[in-house]
Design a protein around this ligand. Structure first.
Ligand code: GLA
Length: 773
């Protein structure tokens, strides 16, 4: 049982964490302890938050100088209540003062159930603790809901505010959670970015004053993510991780005062928020998530990854392996016809890809991004036999079929806009902000929600459409009414739409996309099976992006594509092998023009795909560990491991000629077992060697000349063979020496040719004990 009551104390117990609440003399609900596991009730008195001496400028209640709200760790903070840090709940009534005091009324432990169908909710909680607090003077109650997912050490909390008074209550801020902690010299790690440049981790010592992490763009945003952590070390010690089960505008404040008290409020954005509650009405916040680990950030990442897999992801695909997709976007964009798509399907199938995804450009009259969003019928000029014809072609070749849609949007140049100009979310009186020639549909309206549900359902009902990429390519701009709950109501509208679509099509594999990662959050992961993390497909940039995501999500939700060698976004040249090594940590796909591949590249991709298929379960469902970081060490190193095997990959930045000998080490190996370590077979392009090929060529080959170019299409040079036997003790410890790097002085079977942005992947399997055979 993860929830227990001891008189006026409530204990929520996780695998390695405890959350202890109490009712103090003022009948306030206070947090006594959140951190390492408590074993016994006799430990509780040590965690009282009541001070023993009065304090200079603090305010107090009930004429008791020790009853200082500032000193107690209340589970929510009202303004003007004697607590000086940022409030988590702001309410008022017309023409009244501000002194509200909510006191404990009672509790209930009941089966956890979704309170509001239009908000994301995790599955598998079992029970929940609901604590009721009532205002002393007016008939208003707060219900705090606590859910402990013990196996994942995840505590979820949300709040309901109910007005039973005759007079209207106005809520202008309602955080989902408000947590008090004591600082222990913590670092704050948060994630920042922009389009195609997501998930830059920012780490700094938690500083005095208030840190604000927020988005007011209508979505959880690529600018600042709603997940963050407080921690001391990557590998050990106390760490706290936080996220919001919500995908719209949000606000997190982290207050640190000089006494070391930290107060964290997580919730929906308070920007111009105003919810008026008539008598009998209530308001419910989304869920906030928090996790504690005493195993550093590694422990936290495992908690968030397992929680996402086990309790958030839609159940149908949660444990199923994902198909290897071929996506048409970076290869043909809007420029295709049935014939060219057939050719791509032929090639993708031949190379072993499993799902053909037709991205943007298949509907209305869309030949660029200026028209047709909202008109979801196939463009017969481009695809005369319709989606049905295309998917039956794919099926014949052994591939499943998926499609791109951007269901929340409407182009000005569309039949939908002509028919329903009033369905657009904008300030009709002022100048409207436009993004990518499109507007957001007003999903606050039920008829618009139903339109979207019907349109998406029409496409997903076509037999054989097994995958949907759901895109969202512009943020909110101006809104029709500034005072109120526009962003919040939009999100609830969207969640209703998504919930309905998931109910109708549980087996459709759904990928979340918002110009890449402009709405990548745990809320979305309750409706989607995987997520397109970024529009940047450069493998070197992806290292940072995937690493960033790995702090809070499991690899099975990262959809990663190998794209063309010259990258679309950065113009950086990296080999297909390097791209594969990064992209395979998660759900692999390809997004380059297959008609342009040389025969050598085809062979390379075939080999990659068969390697991925052999280890797919590991790449998608293994436990992921960050072992070193490019911005701190000379290379990035990741490990992914399950009970049978592990893969460790090294990713380099700018090559360090004649640097220290490299060693391969990881974590979690059995010290006493022997392991076989093998590098993944890879091929180097002859072009990589430039004029150096002349050292071995019988005839002179001009760099970039026609002959070498023609030759390089067919022939490559095999990467070094690396096969060793080594103990777990060495792998966990000082590491296995890796081959010498190429330095221009000679080459043999053992030379590792890496170059800038080079990568290597090593497969590690326990050697079977000869006595077992
Ligand atoms: C967004 C997505 C891309 C692609 C395009 C199509 O930018 O992130 O992957 O689907 O839209 O317009």
């Amino acid at each position: 049982m993860s929830i227990k009551v001891f008189g006026d104390k409530f204990l929520l117990t996780g695998r390695d964490s405890s959350y202890l609440l109490g009712i103090n003399r003022e009948k306030h609900l206070v947090l006594l302890h959140y951190g390492s596991l408590l074993k016994d009730e006799r430990e509780f008195p040590s965690f009282s938050s009541r001070p023993i001496n009065p304090m200079g400028t603090s305010l107090y209640r009930n004429n008791d100088p020790l009853a200082m709200p500032e000193k107690e760790n209340s589970e929510f903070i009202l303004p003007f209540s004697g607590v000086l840090s940022k409030p988590s709940l702001e309410i008022y009534r017309e023409n009244e003062g501000s002194s509200y005091d909510f006191v404990y009324q009672g509790y209930e432990i009941k089966e956890a159930s979704r309170f509001d169908e239009s908000l994301p909710f995790p599955h598998g909680a079992g029970e929940e603790l609901v604590i009721e607090l009532t205002e002393k003077r007016i008939n208003v109650s707060i219900y705090l809901h606590y859910l402990m997912y013990a196996e994942n050490d995840m505590l979820c909390r949300y709040m309901e505010i109910r007005n039973d008074d005759a007079k209207e209550l106005i809520v202008c801020r309602a955080a989902s959670s408000s947590l008090s902690l004591q600082n222990d010299d913590y670092f704050l790690s948060s994630f920042h970015g922009a389009w195609a440049n997501e998930l830059h981790e920012e780490r700094r010592k938690l500083s005095l004053g208030t840190t604000l992490l927020y988005s007011d763009s209508g979505s959880s945003s690529n600018r600042i993510a709603p997940f963050f952590s407080l921690y001391k070390d990557e590998e050990k010690g106390s760490s706290y991780g936080f996220s919001l089960l919500y995908s719209g505008s949000f606000e997190t404040t982290i207050d640190l005062d000089i006494s070391g008290k930290i107060r964290i409020n997580q919730g929906i954005s308070g920007l111009m928020f105003e919810k008026r509650l008539a008598s009998g009405e209530s308001f419910v916040t989304p869920l906030a998530m928090m996790s504690f680990s005493d195993k550093g950030r590694r422990g936290l990442s495992q908690n968030f990854a397992s929680f996402t897999k086990e309790c958030l992801l839609p159940p149908y695909h949660a444990t199923k392996s994902r198909p290897i997709a071929y996506n048409s976007w970076e290869s043909v964009g809007f420029k295709f016809n049935e014939h060219s798509l057939h050719s791509l399907i032929d090639k993708a199938a031949k190379l072993g890809m499993e799902l053909f995804v037709l991205d943007d450009g298949w509907f209305g009259k869309r030949n660029d991004d200026a028209s047709s969003l909202g008109d979801w019928s196939v463009n017969k000029k481009k695809i005369p036999h319709g989606l049905e014809g295309l998917l039956s072609y794919a099926k014949k070749k052994g591939m499943s079929f998926g499609i791109w849609m951007e269901p929340e949007m409407v182009s000005f140049d569309s039949e939908l806009y002509k028919a329903h100009p009033d369905w657009v979310l904008k300030d009709t009186a002022g100048e409207s902000l436009v993004g990518r020639n499109q507007y957001l549909l007003d999903l606050r309206k039920k008829e618009v929600q139903d339109y979207v549900i019907d349109n998406v359902s029409n496409i997903l009902s076509i037999p054989g459409v097994s995958y949907l990429k759901w895109d969202y390519n512009r943020p909110f701009g101006d809104i029709p009414l500034t005072n109120g709950t526009c962003h919040y109501d939009y999100m609830r509208g969207l969640y209703r739409v998504l919930g309905e679509i998931r109910k109708r099509f549980p087996e459709t594999l759904m990928e979340n996309c918002a110009s890449g990662g402009n709405r990548f959050d745990h809320g979305m992961m309750t409706y989607f099976d995987q997520s397109w993390l970024s529009d940047c497909t450069d493998s070197f940039e992806r290292i940072r992006i995937q690493r960033g995501a790995s702090y809070f999500f499991p690899p099975v939700v990262f959809s990663n594509h190998v794209s063309s060698k010259t990258n679309n976004q950065t113009m950086r040249l990296t080999s297909l092998e390097n791209k594969f090594d990064v992209a395979s940590f998660g759900v692999l796909g390809y997004e380059l023009n297959l008609d342009d591949l040389s025969s050598l590249e085809e062979k390379t991709i075939k080999r990659q795909i068969s390697f991925y298929k052999e280890h797919r379960d590991l790449f998608e469902f293994g436990s992921f560990y960050r072992l070193s970081r490019l911005d701190e060490d000379r290379f990035e190193r990741w490990e992914i491991v399950n009970k049978d095997k592990a893969i460790i990959a090294n990713f380099d930045g700018i090559i360090d000629l004649n640097g220290a000998t490299r060693r391969l080490s990881g974590i979690g190996f059995d010290d006493d077992s022997l392991y076989e370590v093998k590098s993944r077979e890879c091929t180097h392009s002859l072009l990589k060697f430039g004029p150096l090929v002349n050292y071995v060529s019988p005839v002179h080959l001009k760099e970039e000349g026609a002959v070498i170019n023609a030759l390089a299409k067919k022939k490559g040079i095999e990467g070094e063979k690396f096969e060793r036997t080594v103990s777990g003790k060495i792998l966990n410890g000082t590491g296995l020496p890796l081959p010498e790097l190429w330095k221009g002085t000679g080459m043999n079977e053992g030379t590792c040719v890496l170059g800038d942005f080079g990568t290597r992947m090593y497969l590690i399997k326990p050697l079977s004990d000869p006595s077992d055979e």
